[in-house]
Design a protein. Structure first.
Length: 283
């Protein structure tokens, strides 16, 4: 990857964290190294994989700025390890299994030059199934400020997010947070007055629909609830919304998606809440 050019283009750093990801890491790496934009710095942080992940990484070693493979203390710790190694003006985090769309980094770099007052850049993404087929478009939320983070994460699809490096120099991810680290970090940045810029007109990335277990999702919502309380949201409403309503809705959806009729019902529900303006989906 190139160093900063004489044209003054912002250097973009991308960090991919992975662990035992041999089936999906190839697509992720290819989506970064095939970007037409320069200069890009690409760092891969592996958590000590025991499958074929390291073989895939080594096959692309010449296209990487650096990579490491060692045990970590969770995703937040892995993110922080990668971010500390970055030297770019902008930093994106792309998990194994997710992928950038062509020219994504060029669009982000252009937006950052056109809007020097914004700190966080993000946009829409494709949600895909295990075969890579698009299920729907997850639309990002426009006009985000600190108020948008009350009680839950606004729609900021994390594979699309790029952050100016000075924000990470202010603070990294909280290593005590296991699942909702991006919500807590972005909320803190919003509380500090950081500006968010929505990139319109195109999807920036593809993200796989993951089969999270009910227990893991419940743990995530528990963390979201604790973060909400820490930032001054009403504890009772946060508990009822996150730990009861959202958890129950997730479990019902997972049950419904085991049948054809249930999947049609879920699709209908998404279309309805889109029509009502409650969420931003697109088919």
């Amino acid at each position: 990857m190139s160093a900063a050019t004489s044209e003054g283009l912002p250097k973009v750093s991308v960090v991919t964290v992975c662990w035992n990801s041999q089936d999906v890491i190839e697509e992720t790496i290819q989506s970064v190294v095939s970007q037409s934009y320069e200069p890009i710095e690409y760092i891969v942080v592996d958590g000590g994989s025991t499958d074929g992940t390291l073989d895939v990484i080594r096959a692309h070693e010449s296209a990487l700025s650096t990579w490491i493979s060692e045990a970590d203390e969770g995703i937040s710790d892995a993110f922080n390890k990668g971010i500390r190694r970055t030297s770019g003006d902008l930093v994106g985090l792309l998990n194994a299994g997710d992928a950038y769309r062509p020219r994504t980094i060029a669009r982000i770099a252009r937006a950052s030059r056109q809007d020097p007052d914004s700190d966080v850049f993000y946009g829409d993404i494709y949600m895909t199934d295990a075969t890579g087929d698009t299920e729907y478009v997850r639309k990002a939320q426009k006009g985000i400020d600190a108020s948008a983070f009350r009680y839950a994460m606004p729609s900021i699809p994390h594979p699309s997010v790029f952050v100016r490096k000075p924000l990470y120099e202010k603070r990294l991810y909280n290593p005590r947070i296991e699942y909702a680290m991006d919500y807590e970090w972005l909320r803190d940045m919003a509380e500090r007055g950081c500006r968010f810029r929505y990139i319109e007109g195109t999807c920036l990335a593809r993200m796989r629909l993951e089969g999270k277990s009910n227990n893991q999702y419940a743990d995530t919502l528990g963390e979201v609830h604790r973060i909400c309380v820490e930032y001054g949201d009403n504890p009772m409403f946060s508990f009822l919304y996150n730990c009861v309503f959202r958890n129950l809705r997730f479990r019902l959806r997972r049950m419904a998606e085991t049948t054809t009729a249930g999947r049609l019902l879920v699709d209908g529900y998404r279309r309805l809440i889109t029509l009502l303006g409650l969420r931003r989906w697109e088919y």
